[in-house]
Design a protein around this ligand. Sequence first.
Ligand code: ATP
Ligand code: MG
Ligand code: FE
Length: 352
Amino acid sequence: MHVLGIETTCDETATAVVALTEDGRGLIRANEVLSQIAEHAAYGGVVPEIAARAHVEVLDRLIARALDAAELGFDDLDGIAVAAGPGLIGGVLIGLVTAKTLSLVTRKPLLAINHLEAHALTARLTDGVAFPYLLLLASGGHTQLVAVRGVGDYVRLGSTIDDAIGEAFDKVAKLLGLSYPGGPEVERAAESGNPERFALPRPMLGRRTPDFSLSGLKTALRIEAERIAPLTQQDVADLCASFQAAVVDVVVDRVRVALRSFGPVAGHPTALVAAGGVAANGALRRALAQQAGEAGLPLVAPPLPLCGDNGAMIAWAGIERLRLGLVDDLTAPARPRWPFAAASPREAADAA
Ligand code: ATP
Ligand code: MG
Ligand code: FE
């Protein structure tokens, strides 16, 4: 089984071909990505109209390139998977219309994939993780702890009440004069910084539900930065290190609470899984690996190119759904907002 994956929900145009092997694992045959970072850098964030135009300009070539790299033609495909949301509507529409057209012309099934579900299932592509597992999804637009019980069966244990973690990294980077996207920049600067120089808050620490709040932390950092301005390079490094340490402390505490609430919802987890762009953060990965180890669980975090947005995760989610017969048709809508996890076990049961 081979599935083409198309991802255009944000600022990465990405395509991939993933194969399902005999033993039920995924094999990435091609994974192409064109980031628009340069086009958006001057604005310090993603400009939706620029993103949509950039997707139009490159998507057809990027699909051809993925098929070439996989040494396959459209005839060899078993399905066309596309991220149908959530995301910037202009980009989503371009990916979805392209995928629908290909599906119509090639008569291959269409798989309209939730971008967040694709992040959530990536650990099964890379490591064959079995259900159920505890997922920390931390990206530019979302921060959630989710009990992943099966394909299409997700129960949210907690989420952010304000900013996403990636968004907080991006905002901190912007206010410190670092470039976009901020996550990798803040991490790099933090390497030569002192994480104890600034006593930043750890919002939500100890709270009994595994929710997050990041906006107060970002504000506290801004106040410190303004207090000591003008900033030297060392000040920036120390601020980044202090911020990152606070985020790591918060995440570890929230994961601890989520591990406690996991059992009644989903039984015993097979793994702690980190996904989304923020899962690329080395300090966070190290802390989570230690925490998972203490809980007797493996930490599974995708290799760096599969943490951020990519086509392989869309193709893989397509395979997961296709082999269960969960295909879509040409009426599949583009969804700027599209929650992927149920708010409670009862809601999950109602949806099933
Ligand atoms: P969503 O998946 O919620 O729709 P998105 O697709 O824009 O949002 P991703 O591409 O999955 O998000 O992740 C991008 C985010 O990850 C950005 O906010 C970026 O700053 C953050 N990020 C990337 N690398 C790192 C890192 N090393 N440390 C911290 N954050 C990082
Ligand atoms: Mg992105
Ligand atoms: Fe994403």
